[in-house]
Write a protein that binds this ligand. Structure first.
Ligand SMILES: [Zn+2]
Length: 341
């Protein structure tokens, strides 16, 4: 060893066969590590003859420099190759078309509520909501339906206590708004869920939606009511629809009461199965607010008049889309919902 010169070419050759980072580390330990032949040669410098020592030291330093340089170059090349491989592996093809996101839409009931709300909002109405759990007092008594009134038997109700119930209509919200707003002018529209304790079939649900509207102002008239309701009906069913009002006392706490029909859009009024061969479809009940109701909320009926209407949201959606079973709305069947976009 002392006489022999250290030759780095063996190490350099071995380096050419190193293929990965683990092998590279093994190589470093073997050729540049503390126990490597090179380091041992440095350690043995003291035993070299004095006149040769300087030259041997220079040669060893040169060998070490070559090995270290080769090691760094190899390491650089390997990390560059690894990076290139990773980039290649993770390459994003920006020319691929994106995955389409399924686009949903509002439930048909929500669509009708939104559409009618927009139409009345454009006429200065305020949209308000109220509690679904209601006092008997607001649901019946304040609307002129005392405990012994036959209308109470007609609407079978979900009672929670002997004074509290699930509201059977949205009318109590009108009473609440009259009490809250105080004096006219009043223009409110009340959409919401209502409950009836009854068996379900193609045209009856125990849970359904109503919308009611109320306007009280200085002598607002039946003409105002007919004009605004016709505007709404044409907005929902098409500008070419005709409307017709007939006498009817089906809607509570109004006098006189009326119902509004539109001409059947399926047969254009000629008569078909949808309109029961009458050419007309009844879509809502309405009328002038009874003076007693106004008095009950401290509004002077000699100065102010009011009109109100109520409609079933499901019925409007059924007529609009030609749906023949009310239960489909709560059936949660996407095949149905996708068709009613
Ligand atoms: Zn028809």
């Amino acid at each position: 060893m002392t006489d022999q010169l250290y030759d780095p070419s063996l190490g350099l050759q071995a380096l050419a066969h190193v293929e990965d980072l683990a092998a590279l580390e093994d190589w470093r330990v073997a050729y540049l590590g503390r126990k490597s032949e090179l380091m041992q040669a440095f350690g043995a410098l003291g035993q070299v003859a004095a006149d040769k020592r300087r030259e041997t030291g220079q040669l060893l330093n040169e060998a070490k420099r070559q090995l270290e340089q080769a090691y760094e170059a190899r390491k650089d090349a390997m990390s560059r190759a690894a990076l290139t491989a990773q980039l290649e592996r993770e390459r994003v093809d920006v020319t691929l078309p994106g995955r389409p996101l399924p686009r949903g839409h509002a439930h048909p009931i929500t669509q009708v509520i939104q559409q009618i709300s927009d139409l009345f909002r454009s006429m200065g109405f305020q949209i308000i909501e109220g509690p679904e759990v209601e006092w008997e007092h607001y649901n019946f008594t304040m609307l002129g339906i005392p405990a012994d009134h036959p209308a109470r038997d007609e609407t079978d109700t979900f009672w929670l206590t002997d004074k509290m119930l699930l509201r059977t209509h949205t009318s109590p919200v009108q009473v609440r708004s009259l009490l809250h707003v105080g004096q006219p002018p009043i223009r409110v529209l009340v959409p919401g869920r209502v409950y009836r304790n009854e068996a379900t079939d193609a045209s009856h649900e125990a849970v359904f939606f109503q919308m009611e509207g109320l306007m009280v102002d200085d002598r607002t008239t039946m003409s105002d009511m007919m004009g605004m309701l016709s505007y709404m009906a044409r907005g929902v069913f098409g500008q070419e629809r005709k409307t017709r009002f007939g006498c009817d006392q089906g809607f509570p706490f109004v006098e006189p009461g009326a119902q509004m029909s539109i001409d059947c859009g399926v047969c254009q009024g000629a008569g078909c199965r949808v309109c029961s061969y009458s050419g007309w479809l009844e879509i809502l009940g309405c009328g002038m607010v009874h003076p007693d109701v106004l008095r009950g909320v401290n509004i002077d009926p000699d100065r102010y008049t009011g009109w109100a209407f109520g409609l079933g949201v499901e019925r409007i959606a059924m007529l609009k889309h030609g749906i023949d079973d009310i239960r489909l709305f709560q059936g949660n069947d996407l095949r149905f919902l996708r068709q009613v976009g």
